[in-house]
Ligand binder design. Structure first.
Ligand code: G3I
Length: 356
């Protein structure tokens, strides 16, 4: 059997038809063609792609006057070649943003006008370059704390909420045809979700376009509870925006409660207890993972507002969860194993989508 796909195997995209988009995040090695098994899986099962890292500020705009678009151009070309819905991730975030962006004059504080002009140059150049070729952008990512307060990032410290309004306005001006999203994790926590809903309202009241809200979906086997996931979908759908699960993975490995979500700034030291399945995921855990994915997709299939579900990676070999929150773990959070073979979770997702 060629890794990844057999002709008998149902194509998730064909089962789904147009019900909602099914996507995967791709890394630079995959885009450069160094992972044929993953690309075969993408071509067969997915209708959308997202860039795991290659369209982030530090990757495409390393110096004020220097842009690096080689890998991003390849990513967009791959999507166009295979008729995929191409997502741009992410224009404005406090992580993976080149350090010069937040630098102020020696001894001074970061000037709001200076930061706004840097934001403007970045969004105009990046969104403008891919006008009509990137169908949707994560415009702003992770602006809130889990308690619903504004995250005190350099963006918020210098510009307040205005940085979000400007980012969406600039992205719309640079490509009036692109869909524009707000993206975050742990929106199943009510205070954080309500902050995102307030943000949508503040944009709409100002006549600023926002098309959707992305819940990243970095979840565990038992957390968040299914009823919290469903409540989040119902609540977010009331905004009249599209709902996307933008970075789905289900981590079967142990993880401290306070690290549920994706706070990449937090890390823990690797211990044997945190890496129990280095030799492979035991059958009983495969079945628990399969059941969790069945339950989660059954919720997604129930709500027409859910317009896209994107996995954060393709196979267990390339998941970021091999290196977070502890480096060097052997994780098993996706539907295909390290050899690109479908796991029991693949079958339960296919089944949930068929039943949809
Ligand atoms: O590019 C350098 C490379 O030059 C160096 O040799 C290598 C070794 O350290 O590091 C490479 O940078 C890594 C980068 O990914 C590119 O691979 C960083 O160390 C690593 O921290 C970074 O991790 C990414 C993480 O965002 C950083 O914030 C993950 O791959 C990526 O999956 C993750 O994605 C985020 C979403 O954008 C937003 N939501 C949460 C999600 C998970 O954290």
């Amino acid at each position: 059997m060629k890794g990844g796909c057999t002709d008998q195997q149902a194509s998730l995209r064909e089962i789904l038809k147009e019900r909602f988009l099914l996507g995967a995040a791709l890394n630079a090695a995959q885009i450069a063609g160094h992972d044929p098994i993953a690309l075969e899986i993408v071509r067969r099962h997915f209708s959308s792609i997202s860039p795991e890292n290659l369209l982030k500020w530090e990757a495409v705009h390393p110096q004020p006057e220097r842009f690096e678009f080689a890998a991003a151009d390849q990513y967009v070309a791959f999507g166009a070649k295979h008729g995929l819905f191409v997502v741009g991730h992410v224009l404005v975030w406090h992580q993976q943003t080149s350090s010069w962006v937040f630098e102020s004059a020696p001894g001074g504080t970061l000037d709001a006008e200076v930061l706004l002009s840097r934001l403007e140059a970045h969004v105009r150049t990046v969104v403008g370059r891919y006008r009509g070729r990137v169908q949707a952008w994560d415009v702003v990512n992770e602006a809130f704390e889990d308690d619903g307060t504004w995250r005190n990032t350099p963006w918020y410290a210098a510009l307040g909420e205005e940085y979000v309004w400007r980012a969406f306005e600039l992205a719309h001006q640079a490509d009036p045809g692109a869909q524009l999203y707000y993206n975050d994790y742990n929106l199943w926590k009510a205070p954080k979700r309500q902050a995102a809903v307030r943000l949508v309202k503040s944009l709409c009241e100002r006549g600023i376009r926002i098309d959707g809200i992305g819940e990243q979906g970095h979840w565990l086997l038992d957390d968040p509870p299914l009823e919290d996931i469903e409540a989040a979908v119902v609540d977010l759908a009331k905004t009249g925006r599209q709902i996307m699960i933008t970075e789905l993975d289900v981590d079967p490995l142990p993880r401290p409660e306070e690290l549920i979500g994706a706070e990449v700034s937090k890390r823990i030291v690797l211990t044997p207890e945190l890496d129990p399945y280095a030799e492979g995921l035991p059958e009983r855990m495969q079945q628990r993972l399969a059941q969790r994915y069945r339950d989660i997709f059954s919720i997604f299939a129930k709500y027409p507002a859910v317009r896209r579900v994107t996995f954060w990676g393709v196979t267990d070999a390339d998941t970021w969860l091999n290196n977070w929150p502890a480096p060097g773990r052997t994780n098993h959070p996706l539907l295909w194993d390290r050899q690109g073979r479908p796991k029991p979770a693949f079958d339960t997702v296919a089944e949930a989508l068929r039943r949809g």
